[in-house]
Every structure is written in C-alpha cells, then in structure tokens.
Design a protein. Sequence first.
Length: 582
Amino acid sequence: NRLNRSYYDTQALQPNYMLQEILKGLNKSIPELLIEWQQGSSSPLKASLGELKKDFGLVKLKDNQDLINLLREIFSWISQNYQGEAKLEEIEYAALSQMLRGLDPHSTLFTPEAFKEFKTQTQGEFGGIGIVIGMKDDELTVISPLAGTPASNAGLRAKDKIVQINEESTINMDLSEAVDRLRGKVGTQVTLTLERKGAPTPITVTLTRDIIKIESVQSSLFKDPKGDLGIIHVKSFGEDTVAEVSKQLRNLREDPNFKGLILDLRNNPGGLLDQAIDMSDLFLKAGRIVLTVGAQDEILKTNQAGAGEEAEDLPLIVLINEGSASASEIVAGALKKNNRAMILGRTSFGKGSVQSIYPLDDDSALKITIAQYLTADRASIQGVGIVPDIKLVPQVLDEEETDLIEDKNFGEKDLDKHLTSGHTLEEKPKFRLSYFHKISKEEEEEKNYSQEIQVDKDEELQIAAEVLLNTLESKDRLTSLKKVEGTLKKIKESESKKLAQALAKKGLDWSLQESPPGGEIKVQVQVEVLNSSKVDTLDAGKEQEIQLSIKNSGSVPLQRLIGYTESDYYLLNNKEFLFGRL
C-alpha cells in the first residue's frame, strides 16, 4: 500500500515482476529452497524444500492485493516446514528487500539493525572506540584512529592489524561484523589484540567505549601572500552540518587577510536534503536551489534562496568528484546554475532521486524512491551528475600503476535498474586540466581519513587555491571563467613539466617538439600474450604477461606515444604502455 501511494515510478509496480524478484530473494536466502515459476506464463508456481514439495497452482496476479495474498501463502508454508538456521523474519526481510532493489538501486527494506545503523550515520554520534577500519590483504586493519577518542588515547596506530576482538579471532570476519563488535554501550569495554610492524609479539589493549561524534565538517586556513583562503571540507550532510559550517566559516573570517573559500564536497555521499538546501542558501542571495518532481513530472516543491546570509558575496570555488552524490550534488548544482561559484573536479555521481523513510512497527523501515531532483534550470541530476566547469584529470605514475589516459567514471548510470529522466541536458566542461598526481595510494588513503586537511598532499586543493587566488576580483562564476584561462595555462605547463621529468627518470622522452610538415606516419603494432599459444586465450589462475610492440617506419617521429588495452574483463582493461618519443 505504501508503494502504491508513494513510489515515484508507478508504472514499475507490476505484480508479476515484483513476485519474480521476491522469489529470487527467497532462493538466495534459503539454499535448500527452490521455487520455479515462469513470469507471465500459464505454468504453476512450484516449490520444493528438501523432500517437501508444494504446488501453489497457476499464478494470476491482477493487482498488488493478489500479490500480498500469494506471499502470505508462500511465507506460511515456509514457516511451517523450514528447519534451517535463518529466522523467518530474516527470510522475509531478504525477499522484500530484493523486490525493492529490483525497482531501483536505492529502494530497500532496512532490518531493525540496519535502520539503527542508518540513524546513527545521520545523527552523527554512537558508542565506540574511534577508529576507521578496512580490509587490507584480507586482514582487518586500522586505517586511522580519530583524534581525542579511546583508540587514539590508547595509542592505536594506522596499519595496526586487529587479529582478535575480545576472545574472537577476526579471521573470516567481515567488515560489518567487526564494526558491530567494536561498537556498543558507552562505558563498556572491548579488548583488541593487535599485530604491529616492528613489534615482536602481539599487543593487547582494553578500551572503554565512549560517545564517538562523527565530524562531518573540517576546516583549515591556507595562507598566501595574495590572501588567505578558507577550506571547508564537508564529508556528509547530517543534522548539524550547516550549523557547523557556519561556525567554522565565522572562525576563518576572523583572519584579517581572509579573501575567499574553497568548499570541498569530494567523496561526500549526501545525507539530509534540508541541510543541502540550507547550505546552498548560505551562499546565495536569491534564486532557485532545487526542484522536486514526482510521478508524471509533477512539481512537488520548489526551494528558493532567501537573502540575508553573510557568505553571499564571499569569493567561492566548489570541489567535486565522482564520489559526490545526492545532497552534495544539490549544493554544487545550485551554486553552479545560479552562477555563484566555479565548479572544479570531476563529474559527480549522478544520484538525483529522492528517497523517503517510513518506519514500521517492528523497528524496521521502508526506504523508497518518491521523486527526482532538478537543478535551478530544470536539468536532471539523475544519471548525469553535475559537470564541473574545470575538469581535473589526475595522471598517475608510480611503481604499482600507470594511468595517464582519462578513464570513464563509475556513477549512477552504471547501476542496475537506475531511474532515467526526461530532463537530461548535455553539458561539457569549459576547461580540462591534467595534473601530475604524485601522492601514493597509501598517502591518499591516510589523507582521506585524516582529522586534518592536508593541502601539501592534495594537488586538487592546491589547484583550486591557485585558481581562486587569481579570480578573487570576479563577482560571479561567468566572470571568473573568462579570467581563469591564463592561470590554467600556467598550471598546465607546470604539471606537464613535472610529468616529463618523472618519465625522464624512467628513460622515456616525453618532450613535445614541432614535426616537419608533410611527413608520413606509418606504424606497425603487435600484441603478444607471453606463455600462451593464443592472444585471446588466458589460463585461469596462471600469471600472464602482455607485451605490446610498436615499430615506427614512417618519416616523422611519434611523440608522447601511449598504447592501451580494451577488454570486457576488468583485469585486462585500460592497461597502459608508455613509449614516449619513437
């Protein structure tokens, strides 16, 4: 009933299709259960559970009430006959969640435990010890202890391996299970056994859980002779995010040489819509922030900016990337489409759909898509994202990876069952700037989880600062874009030199020289998979080496020559071979 009343795409609510998805979920959650039914055919729905068999007869679903009646019959039969470990309620959650995910990627059914975790993330605090953890080489690893928490006070370090939580080994423990065991009631204790590089024996520490507040906002002051810039990094949009941004902005503006602000929304997955609207309003004098449209493109709500905020005239640049989604895209879109700020980075994720949460009596909750967002000029974010004015393209060159060719970003459009929109506008960046990305993957990870903004380890922040410092006199985005070309040209030349110098150390000539006119280009290319009889055949589990050979038999040199692979198999796709000058 809630779906019929509120779901965005009512045409998708076909009972036959929804039943098919529910059956998939049942088959996945109970290995012993097999349910056979061909959607839309006249064949009966048959189930087998071990030796037991059940024929539910021909399925003729005219509407969702017929579907509900059939589900009650199926779940009742499972309840009476299933003897496995899974609880019936868990089976029902899995089946209904599969049905909702079959409608679109963001609709789901939260179990009581998952709904509790969801509320923790938006409310911004929980009982725990204060560490960011991840899986490295299949081992539970501390990525970063958070400052001022039990973990940092006890001396936990990045790269510590957690081999035991209380008396339980972490071997085969997944990340979500580890998080559950580390969190708990404030004042209770948890004992960790750690392996640390350089320590001869495992280290055991007992920590007392405390309230851990998730800091969604970081700020820093970037000092420069031309003027000092504030940097505010918004990691997510929780209940107090805008209040915290306002507070930190006031602190930054106490600096007598304060000139402008970089608003960093990279890797911000979103959060609360009202916070995104208030954040946009903080920087806008007037204009439309976002439109919310429902089924059949009915406009449900229009949010307008109101005058009176102190940050409306502040020189501003916004940083986004492919990890910026939902609420962060609303802010970037509002500031771009109202010509308030230039946008730097990479095209955002493209999640322009609106979800609403409906708590249920058993403490679970239904999350369903109810609408889509449109930017101020009525353009869709869904599947498209916010396109930056200045596209930043990292060029990576280290021992593990060579990546000079721009790759396609993964986004909403790549998710199964993603919603589409009739309001898509084709946009392209005004400028494209490649930069030499010299930070290692390890340093990048530490930077992302650091409690401090590290400009010296963040080339994109450095570029944003240089661009802003050279457009401080501009009063709006369009004026800034007219003035920025010379600055970008200088940055491009500098970054190109850095890349050429790094490649020269590897014996590659990456210089660019004028070729004589009228020369003939003639190239032969040969690809070989070594230790294999055929190029298109690879043996599973066997290490293979790909060799690319190029011969230039023309009359002019080839310059900055790169070869790369294309393959449907991700391990063989986008592998780069650098030749330089040939």
